[in-house]
Design a protein around this ligand. Sequence first.
Ligand SMILES: [Zn+2]
Length: 246
Amino acid sequence: MNILLKTGPGLLDLAAFLDRLDRAADPAVDADFRMQAFREAVRTLSGSDGDRVGRIQMIFSDPRTEPTDGPAKSRPAGRTRPEKPGERMMEYIDMHAHMASRTTDDYEQMALTGCVALTDPAFWAGFDRSSADGFDDYFHQLTEVEPKRAARVGIRHYTWLCLNPKEADNRPLARAVLEKIPKYLDRPNVLGIGEIGLLNRVTRNEVATFQDHLDLAVAHNQMILIHTPHLEGQIQEEHGSSWRPC
Ligand SMILES: [Zn+2]
C-alpha cells in the first residue's frame, strides 16, 4: 500500500495538469498523439485484463519493426517529434529543472517531448559544499556550461542564483556566497535570485539568510523565485490526512 501513498501526490500533479489543459480548451490537445496514448494507458490501468505493464509499454512504444535509415529514430511514441510536416506538437517551458544533476540524455529527452526553454534554480548539490569558493564553480556552470548543453538540443536555458535554503542555515557561508552573486547577475541567462525561502526547520538563520537574499534582489532590481517549506507531512499530522497543499 505504500506505493499508493507515494503515488498520490503525483496523481494530483497529473490532475492539475489535465485541468489546465481543459481550461486551455485547445482542440489540438485531444488530437495530440501523446494525449491519445495517455488516455489509452489510463483505461488499461483501471481495467482488469491483466498484464498492465506489458500493454502500457506497448501503448507508449513505436510498433514498427522495419529498420530505419540513418541513426536510430524509433523512439517510444510518447517521445518522438511529429514525423509529418505540419503535425502539431505541444511545446512547453519547464519552470523548475535542476539540470546540473541531469545527464545530457535528459536534455535530449526533454527536447523530444517539446521542451523549448527551462529555468534552473540554484539548489543544494546533494551534499554541503566545503566552502563558498565551490559556488563560483556552480554559478559558472549555471551561467556558462548549462546554457551550452541546453543549446545543443535547441533548449533555451535560464537560471536563478542564490544559496539554496538547504544550506542557508550556515550564516558565514551565506554571507560569503551572497557577496559572489552580483558579479553573475548580468549574465544573459540570469532571471534573478532563487530559489530562496525556508526549509522545514524555519530557523532564525534561515530567516536571516532569506532576508539577505531579498535585500540583495532589491539592491540589484532582480526578480525572486520563492521555495516554500516542505511541510505537507507535518501539516497532515496536525490536520489529518485529508489536508492537501493548495
Ligand atoms: Zn528546486
